[in-house]
Design a protein around this ligand. Structure first.
Ligand code: ZN
Length: 419
């Protein structure tokens, strides 16, 4: 039985393999049929129709959202053309592979080479705009400057087209120098702001091999996304066939993006598909910080610490408040005051102050009750703040008890130095 089951399963897998193989061949054949004369072409796997108003900013290089691509799906974009010398070569490479891309046109280029714009449209690519003069100051331009830049690009690119309605309401800010005001203006006009998911640094002075490596490495790191290239660079022309070769070898598929129209509604998508890595059932859990593995003792509670545990008798007593030297000095040098010192004579200012009388009235009454000499001294003291009065009074009384002259200044200095 077991043996028969194994044989059966083996045959099932073999059949499945054949079916999958046939399906693979069929899809290849379908692509080849779409790309006559180029049997090994990468082709364009699907067309994604987007409504710019629903997702106005895209490209994870700068924004939260990007195109709703599936794993291993790539959107090719080319900026700054058309420049016949290189743009025509890029067009030919893409035509040989039946790849549809998106081109962000500079108004000045369209003005100088309107035929280049028409070629792009005729080849079925999406044509969008990239400003009039490509200034790299969109992040600090006032509206009166960026609006003519945006509109000039749109005007000259659409002017180059036989059918201006073919112009896609997509815009890429030159140098990706984004600014809130620029984005809001574009969005208010129903234009989608396109950043990218990864560049290949083909505008820098690097080799074509480096461009190819960066394109593939960065794509592999994200698994899908919008690739930013420039069809005016010789290194891009040289790198593109190698990029396409690797895309084929690694199983990537090209997606062509077009804007929604009255005849062609947007491809149905869910909000999370516009995130590069939509959360799955496992990712939210996987992203929580790891819980540390505490080792708990078997006892349910720990015993309360004793004073010995605090090391209270040792030289270091960090937990106990320390007596200052000043306190110790006062205690050792001053004699204990006699009990009679605390007896308040009747009619004195302290007693009178405890009534509702004002300090001045109380002092006057106290002075009247005492001898003129004593009253004079007490009145002077009563003008001092209460705390100072109390402190000086104590010192004076103590000094009188010892028969010496009080020297509050020296003690105060001593306290200050040792604090
Ligand atoms: Zn550019």
């Amino acid at each position: 039985m077991i043996g028969r089951s194994v044989v059966f399963r083996t045959r099932s897998w073999a059949v499945l393999g054949v079916v999958l193989g046939l399906l693979g061949t069929a899809s290849q054949a379908a692509l080849a049929a779409e790309c006559p004369g180029h049997p090994g072409a990468l082709g364009t796997s699907r067309t994604l129709v987007v409504d710019p108003r629903e997702h106005p900013r895209i490209g994870t290089m700068q924004y939260r959202e990007t195109l709703p691509l599936k794993d291993h799906e790539v959107v090719l974009t080319f900026d700054d053309g058309p420049l016949p010398k290189y743009s025509n070569q890029v067009l030919q490479i893409l035509a040989d592979e039946c790849i549809k891309a998106t081109f962000f046109i500079i108004g000045q280029q369209a003005k100088a080479n309107p035929e280049g714009v028409r070629k792009l449209v005729a080849a079925g690519h999406t044509v969008a705009t990239h400003s009039m003069d490509h200034p790299l100051t969109f992040d600090r331009m006032p509206a009166e400057k960026f609006e003519p830049e945006i509109n000039g690009g749109i005007q000259w690119t659409s002017a180059a087209m036989t059918d201006p309605t073919k112009l896609a309401p997509f815009f890429r800010i030159p140098g990706l120098m984004r600014a809130e005001g620029v984005e809001n203006y574009l969005i208010s006009r129903g234009i989608q702001v396109w950043s990218a998911d990864f560049p290949a640094d083909d505008w820098r002075h690097v080799s074509s091999d480096r461009v190819y490596q960066l394109a593939i490495q960065r794509l592999e790191a994200k698994g899908k996304g919008i690739l930013l290239l420039h069809d005016i660079q010789p290194r891009t022309v040289a790198a593109l066939p190698k990029i396409i070769r690797d895309l084929k070898a690694k199983g990537y598929r090209i997606v062509h993006v077009v804007p929604a129209t009255a005849d062609q509604p947007a491809t149905p998508t869910t909000a999370v598909e516009w995130l590069l890595h939509p959360p799955t059932e496992t990712t939210p859990i996987a992203r929580w910080p790891a819980v540390p593995t505490f080792v708990f003792t078997e006892t349910k509670s720990l015993p309360a610490p004793s004073l010995a545990d605090l090391n209270a008798e040792a030289a270091h007593q960090p937990l106990l408040p320390r007596r200052t030297r000043a306190q110790m000095d006062v205690a050792s040098t001053l004699a204990a005051p006699g009990r009679d010192l605390f007896a308040i004579p009747e009619g004195s200012v302290e007693v009178l102050l405890s009534t509702t009388l004002s300090r001045r009235a109380a002092t006057r009454l106290a002075m009247a009750a005492e001898t003129p000499q004593a009253a004079k001294g007490k009145a002077a003291k009563s003008r001092a703040p209460r705390t100072a009065h109390a402190a000086h009074g104590t010192l004076k009384h103590a000094a009188q008890a010892k028969g010496t002259t009080p020297r509050p200044t020296r003690i105060a200095t001593g306290v200050k130095k040792r604090a």
